[in-house]
Ligand binder design. Structure first.
Ligand code: IPE
Ligand code: IPE
Ligand code: MG
Length: 236
């Protein structure tokens, strides 16, 4: 069925536009997030069925704490709900869920739920699914500096050992290849602090659909367009 299209090994998605979707319907922003979560569940299923090996989604940025308290609280609640409601599905479908981002600033209950589902699904072989939650690309790079500085301080490595591979392997995404394709919904052309290091050679697909309107048809469209891109990586 998908013979003519190249499926990226690693797809990353900036799920944007939940608030505008709700506003357009005269609803509260939180309803957009609720609907967005349902679309995420369907997208995980589609990606798994189409043979995506790694899926990474941007769910909450380190900058999203600036939002009204009530919206932030709802997003945290939604994450807890998602973990509880998806545990069985992810296990049965052999999807390994992990979280990327900093755990600092998250309450203990959420952190223990994250650790629980990571552990429970860790043997999944069908797809590695990463949720970027409390994630910031700059924070990730700063954290990797700390990790590397510690190795030097402890005498485990020398300054001369610092190279691109070492940095890649000090990021939250260690063991995960760089994304070939990044989809951003809601028509915005910006990166918003997502996978700064990892996206050095990623292709972008900007969808005009708001995230709650995203669907499999649009996903296939993104893959088709990705298939036509000539990726040169600096060569000719
Ligand atoms: C994306 O939708 C979800 C999060 C950032 C948590 P938004 O909430 O950013 O929706 P818009 O961009 O305001 O429409
Ligand atoms: C990026 O969306 C973060 C997530 C999708 C989680 P934002 O809505 O926070 O980004 P900006 O503010 O438009 O750059
Ligand atoms: Mg937004």
């Amino acid at each position: 069925m998908f013979d003519d299209i190249v499926i990226p090994k690693h797809l990353a998605i900036i799920m944007d536009g939940n608030g505008r979707w709700a506003k357009k319907r005269g609803e509260l922003r939180i309803n957009g997030h609720k609907e967005g979560m349902l679309v995420l569940k369907r997208t995980v299923e589609s990606c798994k069925n189409m043979g995506v090996d790694y899926l990474t989604v941007y769910a909450f940025s380190t900058e999203n704490w600036k939002r009204p308290k009530i919206e932030v609280a709802f997003l945290l609640k939604l994450l807890k709900y998602y973990i509880n409601s998806e545990l069985d599905y992810l296990k049965e479908n052999k999807v390994a869920l992990r979280f990327i981002g900093t755990r600092q600033g998250l309450d203990k209950k959420i952190v223990s739920m994250m650790e629980m589902i990571e552990k429970e699904t860790s043997t999944g072989t069908e797809m590695v699914f990463s949720i970027a939650f409390n994630y910031g690309g700059r924070m990730e790079i700063a954290d990797s500096f700390k990790e590397i500085a510690k190795l030097i301080q402890d005498g485990d490595i020398q300054i001369e050992d610092i190279n691109e591979d070492l940095i890649s392997n000090s990021l939250y995404t260690k063991n995960i290849p760089d994304p070939e394709l990044i989809i951003r919904t809601s028509g915005e052309f910006r990166i918003s602090n997502f996978l700064l290091w990892q996206s050095a050679y990623s292709e972008y697909y900007i969808s005009d659909l708001l995230w709650p309107d995203f669907n499999e048809e649009e996903l296939i469209k993104a893959f088709k367009i990705f298939s036509t891109r000539n990726r040169r990586f600096g060569g000719i």
